[in-house]
Design a protein around this ligand. Structure first.
Ligand code: FES
Length: 130
């Protein structure tokens, strides 16, 4: 392979690597838009259940106070779908949050987003706004 062919080969490989990173960046950005693009959603509400997990949301009932948290971990966005001893635990890298969404253990360092919500239909449903 001559110098010119080697240079062409490196240009093609370099272009491929750049295209790959643009593709990944685009995917991550579109996923973010999809998550934040969800505006209002009605979910069933059970005031007797302390913690309910629904796709992008976690509904937490504590002493007459209901809080809806985003289920997306603030570290790299994995969906939190379990609790252990009153802590919300991320399955990916083990970040833990309390039931108000505050970080208890990293690697995440930002709290979970609190999502505005309203209990509707005489307590049967919860309207999630955002
Ligand atoms: S994505 Fe949750 S700890 Fe990394």
């Amino acid at each position: 392979m001559g110098i010119k062919n080697r240079r062409t080969f490196l240009h093609i490989i370099g272009g491929g690597i750049i295209a790959f990173f643009i593709f990944i960046w685009n995917k991550l950005t579109l996923n973010h838009i999809e998550i934040s693009g969800e505006r209002e959603k009605t979910l069933p509400f059970n005031k007797n259940k302390a913690i309910s997990f629904y796709d992008n949301y976690i509904i937490v009932n504590q002493e007459n106070k209901t809080t809806v948290l985003s289920s997306h971990c603030t570290h790299l966005g994995c969906r939190i779908d379990k609790q252990e001893n009153g802590r919300l635990v991320c399955p990916c890298h083990g970040s833990e949050y309390d039931l108000n969404g505050s970080v208890l253990k990293g690697p995440a360092y930002k709290n979970l987003r609190i999502v505005p919500s309203e209990i509707t239909d005489e307590g049967k449903n919860i309207l999630i706004k955002g």
